[in-house]
Design a protein around this ligand. Sequence first.
Ligand code: ZN
Length: 371
Amino acid sequence: MPLNAVCQWPRLTPQPLANTPYQPLCFLAPTSPFCPVPLPMRHLLASALLLSSALLSACSSPTSTTHTAANTAVSDASATTSASAPAESSEPQTAMPDISSPEAALKAALEQNILYMGPFTPYTGSQARIYGSTANGCIAGAASLSDKGEDFQQQRWGRNRHYAHPLMLQYLADLRARSAQFDQPPLVIGDLSQPAGGPYAYSNHSSHNTGLDVDLPFIFVQPRLSEAELNNPRDNYIVQGQTVRESFTPEIATYIKLAASDPRVDRIFVAPMIKKHMCALYEQDEYNGFLRKLRPWFGHRAHMHVRLNCPSDSPECVLPQPIPEGTGCGYEVDSWFLPPPPKSQQVAAKPKPKKELPAQCPLILLQYQQQ
Ligand SMILES: [Zn+2]
């Protein structure tokens, strides 16, 4: 089994992104003082299940202080190959697995000999490193999205908001590949992160700090938007209050479903009415697990905000609160449309503590400012 198969979440595109060299998982490296004996591959699954937490922690940088990547495990071909696993072939694999539901994604992962578990996405594909949370953090070694190809166009390129963790760029490439299967046009990308992440100085973003967030506008244009249209984007509001507008097309519903049906996604913020409509469309489906990832939030009527899970090779990446179980349809989303409680019953919001960036961030941000 090639090492890169265990280093990243299911490869959905045939070619890796350029300039993202793969590295073996650290506990496979015989030079590591923590992993002196290369483990036979066939024993890896059992060992990894027991030792993943300790090993990942031990193999991370000695400066790591807040490691929580406890649920990452990797399996070996001999341990988990199912009867339906594709035969080894020298032909390049161009067929993309079905990841339209968490169940299908898990099956695809098993067929690719990857066992995905837990909030951290197995990943060691880059030198990028995240510190802190999406709302209070930064990233060293972020990669830049290229919109020179045919797959992406980014709005407001000049604002320097096209940087992300390579995991995000891979996610976008895979999302594009899957949406192309539905004959959808190239993706229009909104804000990612700044070169070193960090808080936006002039923006209404409270997150996008660590290269794991992206805004995806509900815009489909074939073949390309003009430079002027990209620099002065026109928002496509697909809902209004409790009304679903005509512009909420089946194509957009499919796009949202594709975006959410990827295990690398932690959550996607959408307007409550978008969530409600997606529930109406898909809740009765056998594979409706992706609905859980759609989180109702204020705004987000003209774009969805996708947030990825922390990659496992950034142990200082702070995980967000887990999202509740279940699809979130029914009462949970309906509660957004209830009238607010009378003033006498409202609980005063506690003042938020002042944010302090992780200790590594000021220097990382300064370095990028000086470049
Ligand atoms: Zn956003």
